[in-house]
Write a protein that binds this ligand. Structure first.
Ligand code: ZN
Ligand code: ZN
Length: 229
């Protein structure tokens, strides 16, 4: 099975390690597939604006540069490690009230999508681009400052747009996702080197982006594993 991590941050947002180094860490650890998913933060709330001030977000202005850098690293990773690198972002709608907040991974994305758009518009545009849509950490985390409840609390409304839910994020497992029989994956939410050792996804499919999206959407041949040192 393919060892995968679909939720990774770099210095393009609030990660502490540069993109090239991150790719080398995962390549040397023997991963088959990773997705780079830096934050794209909303600009319509006080805490969202702070992320913009401290440059903890990819913006429309540097989105193409970000995508080009991932493309370059993708070629290098394939040649050097036989590792597939998928481009993505983490739409981050941050509000003081966690009931309004949500984070959404968009994988194999082509064009910029703003986190200040409403949820329906974000989902429809992502669908249009055939991006894989993943609801991140839908329940409370051990790091409570990152709580994002909006998608789970409104799952009847949004489930039709969501290809998979994060059943595990770094050290936390959300049993409630599995109980509802929604499609699932598990990711590290990597920001620093020690986050390599965390929950990961195993996929039984070929190492190709179309097959990976299909495998996750159908949620057959998907397992999770705790990757340890
Ligand atoms: Zn997040
Ligand atoms: Zn994240």
């Amino acid at each position: 099975m393919l060892l995968c991590d679909f939720h990774i941050h770099t210095t393009y947002s609030d990660g502490s390690i540069e993109l090239q180094k991150v790719v080398d860490i995962y390549g040397q650890a023997g991963f088959d597939v990773i997705a780079i998913t830096d934050h794209v933060v909303n600009n319509d709330s006080s805490i969202g604006k702070l992320a913009h001030r401290f440059k903890y977000t990819v913006k429309e202005e540097n989105f193409q540069e970000y995508m080009d850098a991932i493309e370059f690293e993708s070629t290098r990773a394939w040649d050097k490690y036989g590792m597939l690198v998928i481009s993505g972002i983490e739409i981050s709608k941050n509000y003081i009230n966690p009931d309004l907040s949500a984070h959404i991974l968009l994988l194999d994305l082509k064009g910029f999508i703003s986190a200040s758009w409403d949820y329906e518009r974000i989902f429809r545009e992502a669908r249009e681009q055939d991006a894989l849509i993943v609801a991140c950490h839908p329940q409370g985390l051990s790091d409570m400052s990152k709580d994002t409840y909006h998608l789970w609390n409104n799952r009847e409304k949004y489930a039709k747009y969501i290809d998979a839910w994060e059943i595990a994020n770094r050290d936390d497992v959300f049993n409630v996702v599995s109980l509802k029989k929604y499609p699932y994956i598990a990711n590290s939410d990597f920001h620093k080197a020690r986050h390599l050792y965390s929950w990961k996804t195993l996929l039984n499919c070929s190492k190709e982006v179309g097959a990976i999206k299909q495998c996750i959407r159908h949620n057959k041949g998907v397992a999770i594993t705790l990757f340890r040192n």
